[in-house]
Design a protein around this ligand. Structure first.
Ligand SMILES: NC(=O)c1ccc[n+]([C@@H]2O[C@H](COP(=O)([O-])OP(=O)(O)OC[C@H]3O[C@@H](n4cnc5c(N)ncnc54)[C@H](OP(=O)(O)O)[C@@H]3O)[C@@H](O)[C@H]2O)c1
Length: 338
């Protein structure tokens, strides 16, 4: 491959159900040239996140932003080294992150990139705990979930990028935290290493029975990363005044027909005088610096831990992404590009 080639993963076709490797195509093109005010970044890490599954769909009323066009580069936050700069905001050699996508090189307007201090934390964290997933946990928990010390907080997809942070922030806030995850290893991790009070393996245990046993006074805050049967069971166990924070619905992202389920939600919200609220992290964008500062402080003082699942090589991005939708990742999934 010539040295001036950029490899990019593009959307070859819109999946029907679970994505397949053939829905992605690796294309080669010349390394782009930055224009006025722009910077050229050589990607070190690109993020893989569940929302990217939605970007592969045709436009739907449930989408909150435009999909990736067929033939377009798959979207992601990425972080790398500035190798050319026409921006007053960046010098060559700086580390920058932004929406570069699943590719080796990207051009951004300097105003759309965030400068990363490589001495403050590993740069991969800028797309993880010190990036969109960490901010999602911070604002969703504190601004939407409103946890109070002593509350029982249940977190689904508890070992993942968002869930692991939510549970630890709830512990910092004095709550009792139960994590739901898809393997004994993940459950042990959130309990033994992250300090959650208990865990439920939803693949081997009866989730409703476990919620009943672990939360006899009900769930005060349910963090919903998943939808589906786990959420049905959690809503059934909401405490009076409980809050269900709707962050994601990963169990439904590959669905080919509208989800069916127990229609208990409105009745439970009524009788428990409970609240269910969805949010998107971007609604808090004017306060991102506050979230980043506080997350960094907790990492520094040791009260917030993180785990990354690093996949080596951009050629492996589609396989890793398909795995993310099936629980193959263990921690924040990132691809090491160079
Ligand atoms: N609202 C927002 O602004 C916002 C921002 C970021 C992320 N999100 C959402 O937050 C959720 C978590 O994202 P993340 O980046 O932290 O991903 P992640 O937890 O690191 O990875 C996804 C995990 O979801 C679990 N999962 C997959 N299929 C499942 C199913 N059918 N039932 C239950 N669990 C399932 C798997 O873990 P197990 O092995 O435990 O099953 C998998 O590892 C996603 O729904 C995402 O879309 C929302």
């Amino acid at each position: 491959m010539p040295e001036d080639t950029n490899r990019s993963w593009t959307l070859a076709s819109r999946p029907n159900g679970a994505p397949k490797l053939t829905d992605f195509e690796l294309k080669e093109s010349p390394i782009p040239t930055p224009g006025a005010g722009e910077i050229l970044i050589a990607t070190r890490y690109h993020s893989l996140d569940p929302y990217m599954r939605g970007r592969m769909n045709p436009p739907t009323p449930a989408a909150y932003t435009a999909p990736v066009p067929v033939g377009g580069v798959m979207e992601s936050d990425s972080v790398g080294e500035v190798i050319a700069s026409n921006s007053d905001l960046f010098n060559v050699g700086d580390i920058a992150m932004g929406k570069i996508g699943w590719q080796e090189y990207g051009v951004l307007d300097g105003r759309d990139a965030r400068k990363i201090d490589p001495d403050a934390a590993p740069i991969s964290t800028s797309v993880g705990i010190l990036g969109m997933p960490g901010l999602t946990a911070y604002f969703g928990l504190f601004d939407v979930g409103n946890p109070i010390a002593g509350d029982t907080v249940v977190v689904s997809a508890a070992s993942g990028a968002v869930g692991a942070v939510v549970g630890q922030l709830a512990k910092i806030n004095g709550c009792r935290v139960i994590g739901v995850a898809g393997s004994d290893e993940k459950v042990s991790y959130v309990v033994d290493e992250l300090g959650f009070d208990a865990g439920v393996n939803y693949k081997t245990e009866n989730v409703a029975e476990r919620f009943q046993a672990l939360c006899p006074d009900g769930i005060n805050v349910y963090w919903d990363n998943v939808g589906g049967p786990i959420t049905d069971a959690a809503v059934d166990h909401l405490a009076i005044g409980g809050r269900a924070v709707i962050c994601g619905q990963i169990a439904l992202y590959n669905a080919t027909s509208p989800p069916q389920g127990p229609r208990n939600i409105a009745r439970m919200l009524l009788t428990r005088r409970a609240r269910m609220e969805g949010f998107l992290v971007f609604q808090f964008s004017d306060r991102f610096q506050e979230g980043l500062d506080r997350l960094a402080m907790w990492i520094r003082d040791g009260s917030l831990k993180y785990r990354e699942d690093v996949v080596d090589g951009i050629e492996n991005s589609p396989t890793a992404f398909i795995g993310l939708l099936n629980g193959a990742n263990f921690g924040k999934l990132v691809v090491k590009v160079s």
